[in-house]
Design a protein around this ligand. Sequence first.
Ligand code: ZN
Length: 162
Amino acid sequence: MSVAEEFEKANIAYVAQFDKGHLPLPPGRQVAVVICMDARIDPAAALGLTEGEAHVIRNAGGRASDALRSVIISQRLLGTREIVVVHHTDCGMLTFNDEQLRGIVKKETGHSVDHFAFLPFSDLELSVKEDVDFFKKNDLVLDVPISGYIHDVKDGKITKVA
Ligand SMILES: [Zn+2]
């Protein structure tokens, strides 16, 4: 059975107990969370969120520039008025640099991705501060409260760093 087929099976049980069909489209707590896609992080559980409350924008590293498109949609069309950036310990983005990944892609596909920024980082705290700054200084982003945290994958604790 493929994982997709496992999902279909799991969804049957989910639908049987589902009772959130009445929720409005705009996030109730008017917040957009930009957070890494890391499989160990459950943003809803870690941050106390339930369905309908927040936009959770996930990408590799929880990088701001990668999330910009979604943040603009979140703010301009769906009314969010706060941004929270969350990066985390032991992130895969700490394990490579652009040159290395560009080399891997070139070798395995024959295509050059030298123009591609994969947005890895070597300093976790600095990466959070940079991404908070990215949103604060970007003219396309509303002037709203923006904060940044590091999530520790060992104990689940978040620490504010920006
Ligand atoms: Zn990560």
